[in-house]
Design a protein. Structure first.
Length: 168
């Protein structure tokens, strides 16, 4: 547990800074917005209490909101994602459950498992974020299109980061 805390603090700070300084300036035709800060929630250990995941997600989203001046949109989407995380983990868990001492990473459970895990959670985060951002269902097809494209790009970046950061 002592080793995990500094690593997660560094990951938190790094992902928030990466998001606000680099990724918020990337926008492809207004439809693709990479939100890589959600990687922090995805990589939290399985043993992390649910209440702590919710609190950390709120602080993460609020940190991004403070830099982006978005009034809680990222905080609410992050908390929504953290709320869904236990359900997604239960739905895609291995038959015998998760081994103690393992983390939700490509190196422990493979690319297919991590792809399912990250796609479900990132899609739910992005859909919630974009619906709240527009706050009406008039252009639902545009919201879904933007969600799909942003999810694909974000998950692509997340998978690449897994191979760069966590090599065997």
């Amino acid at each position: 547990m002592i080793k995990v805390l500094p690593r997660n603090i560094f990951r938190f700070v790094f992902l928030v800074l990466l998001q606000v300084m680099v990724l918020n300036n990337i926008q492809f035709s207004g439809y693709i917005n990479p939100y890589m800060y959600v990687l922090f929630i995805l990589l939290l250990p399985f043993e992390t209490p649910k209440w702590l995941v919710l609190v950390l997600s709120f602080i993460l989203g609020l940190s991004v909101d403070m830099f982006c001046d978005t009034l809680g949109i990222h905080a609410s989407a992050s908390v929504f994602m953290a709320f869904l995380r236990p359900f997604v983990l239960r739905a895609i868990s291995p038959r015998d459950g998760f081994e103690t001492g393992t983390y939700p990473r490509v190196s422990f459970y493979g690319v297919v498992w991590f792809l399912k895990y990250s796609l479900l959670l990132v899609f739910s985060h992005h859909l919630f974020l974009f619906v709240i951002e527009v706050f009406k269902f008039d252009n639902l097809h545009l919201i879904l299109w933007r969600t799909a494209l942003s999810t694909i790009f974000t998950v692509f970046l997340i998978i690449i980061s897994q191979f760069v950061m966590f090599r065997k």
